[in-house]
Design a binder for this molecule. Structure first.
Ligand code: HEC
Ligand code: HEC
Length: 462
């Protein structure tokens, strides 16, 4: 049986339309239809929210008595919007959307659902500046030989990354908590999962996740590989809430995936292993090489302001930041305790290994695009980079596992015993603290946050 949304008129003529068709018991579970008049324009936006991704029909009426179906649409990723126009020579127009549970068949091809480029994006062989071709950076690459990134594989991964079907009630995708405009992190201190529950930790930015030699993932490094990691959130009770079996049947039920799996893996068989490989390929392709820092690399930072260069000097010198956030990817190859507190309510790596010497140790995130990814630290305790710098300047707390780099005295040298002193006090002047923050801003890549090849590929209508 067909159910209709309450009709809505495009011009403000007669009131009291709402009673025409009762709004209750009309549409599929959890779906809504809303109309938004556009100020000063002769059209109105109709938005359908339907987590069931159904087929709908849009109808037009000149008089509320005769209705004419004029467009069939398929909701692709829980939402669809269409601009409804006032037809020429008609004084008024009414629109409604209908849904018929019995009419849910139809094709849903790549072309109908996704806005992918005709020629696949280049994920497999991005052009890299010379400083990404050094032995140090090449050694950081954690792509395993059995999962090289291909253009079709990462394209499939991109679609999966943005697809809300990867959560139990089609409400959350990877991108809900890893938002491109926020450096693939989440501006909320804790992210919200498919049933409204909060995550235990702050979301992590994904820039240059590929360049981390140890290849471990999560704040406590509990996932050994990125291929293992990406299936974690899907099965997590708070985040997405699916079993791997449910995941495979949901993905296999969607027409457009047959084509994407065939392009990526040679046939349309959907397995959780293939899903994990494709997602890992996409995450590894999120690389940033065009920040102000990168552009200045070849000219000894002649493009920097005096303040940015002062900050760079502090980062690599008195601030000791580079002793952990090292290399051009600003990562070490180890976990550390940076003295946020004592005791740590969140044991970090210690919660995984059970060893007291690992308590309060966490993965050191890359600082690339750090200005986009706040709030900061595993618990999102700092809202701004100014607060982070003030923490390192004056607030480091002593802890038995506090890294020697952050203790008083000479920074440790390879082969020498840890420094015995208490937490360092950098005593940076306000101008020096501002310079350090200015330097951190040079690590922002203006292209990453908007690059189409990393963006949501679903077709949501207008
Ligand atoms: C509900 C929010 C949420 C969703 C959905 C989500 N994530 Fe995350 N992600 C997080 C949080 C929070 C962390 C840190 C968790 C921790 O360390 O315990 C994280 C960590 C990660 C990391 C680790 C990064 C690193 O450097 O170690 C990767 C990679 C990642 N997520 C990818 C994904 C992918 C791929 C998906 C979709 C399959 C996804 N996430 C879905 C919130 C989310
Ligand atoms: C001993 C190693 C070490 C040193 C030295 C160090 N850091 Fe960190 N940094 C870490 C660790 C570990 C974390 C994550 C800690 C956590 O969340 O519990 C971190 C986190 C951060 C973050 C937040 C990252 C995010 O994604 O939330 C910023 C920003 C940062 N550090 C900047 C700096 C600056 C600036 C300096 C120099 C003043 C510095 N760090 C020195 C180890 C270090």
């Amino acid at each position: 049986m067909a159910h209709s949304s309450t009709p809505n008129r495009i011009l403000p003529l007669l009131a009291a339309l709402a009673g025409a068709i009762p709004a209750s018991a009309q549409l599929p579970a959890n779906s809504t239809v809303s109309f938004a008049p556009q100020a000063g324009a002769s059209f109105m936006k109709m938005s359908i929210s339907d987590p069931g991704n159904g087929f709908w029909t849009l109808h037009y009426s000149p008089d509320l008595a005769n209705w004419y179906p004029f467009q069939a649409i398929k909701v692709n990723n829980s939402g669809y919007a269409v601009n409804l126009h006032l037809l020429e020579n008609t004084p008024r127009a009414f629109y409604r959307a209908s849904y018929d549970a019995a009419q849910q068949t139809g094709s849903n091809s790549v072309d109908q659902s996704l806005l992918l480029p005709a020629l696949a994006d280049n994920f497999s062989n991005p052009s890299l500046p010379p400083h990404f071709l050094t032995p140090q950076i090449v050694a950081q690459d954690n792509a395993p030989p059995n999962n090289p990134t291909t253009d079709a594989g990462a394209t499939l991964g991109r679609v999966l990354f943005y697809d809300k079907r990867l959560s139990a009630n089609n409400s959350v995708s990877c991108s809900s908590c890893h938002q491109q405009e926020h450096g693939f992190s989440d501006p909320r201190q804790f992210s919200i999962g498919f049933e409204g529950g909060a995550t235990r930790r702050n979301s992590m930015g994904l820039t240059n996740a590929k360049y981390y030699q140890r290849g471990h993932f999560f704040w406590d490094e509990r996932a050994d590989t990125l291929e293992d990691q990406v299936l974690g959130p899907i099965q997590n009770d708070v985040e997405m809430g699916l079993t791997l079996g449910e995941l495979v049947s949901k993905v296999a039920a969607e027409d457009f995936y047959a084509e994407l799996f065939t392009d990526a893996f040679g046939d349309d068989t959907v397995t959780s292993n293939r899903i994990s490989r494709a997602l890992a390929q996409f995450v590894r392709s999120i690389i940033s090489t065009e920040s102000k820092f990168d552009l200045g690399r070849a000219s000894n930072f002649s493009n920097f302001t005096a303040q940015e260069n002062q900050g760079r000097g502090l980062f690599n010198g008195r601030g000791r930041c580079d002793t952990c956030h090292g290399s051009d990817n600003f990562v070490p190859n180890n976990v550390f305790n940076n003295g946020l507190e004592n005791p740590y309510p969140d044991p970090g790596v210690g919660g995984i290994t059970g060893r007291p010497q690992d308590l309060g140790k966490f993965k050191v995130p890359s600082l690339r695009n750090i200005a986009l990814t706040g709030p900061y630290m595993h618990d999102g305790r700092f809202n701004t980079l100014e607060e982070v710098v003030e923490f390192y300047n004056s607030q480091i707390v002593d802890h038995p596992n506090l890294a020697p780099q952050l203790r008083d005295g000479r920074p440790p040298r390879p082969g020498q015993p840890p420094q015995p002193g208490g937490p360092i006090r950098l005593n940076l002047s306000p101008a020096e603290r501002n310079a350090l923050v200015a330097f951190l801003h040079t690590l922002t890549d203006p292209n990453l946050a908007t690059a189409p090849k990393f963006s949501d590929p679903f077709d949501y209508g207008d």
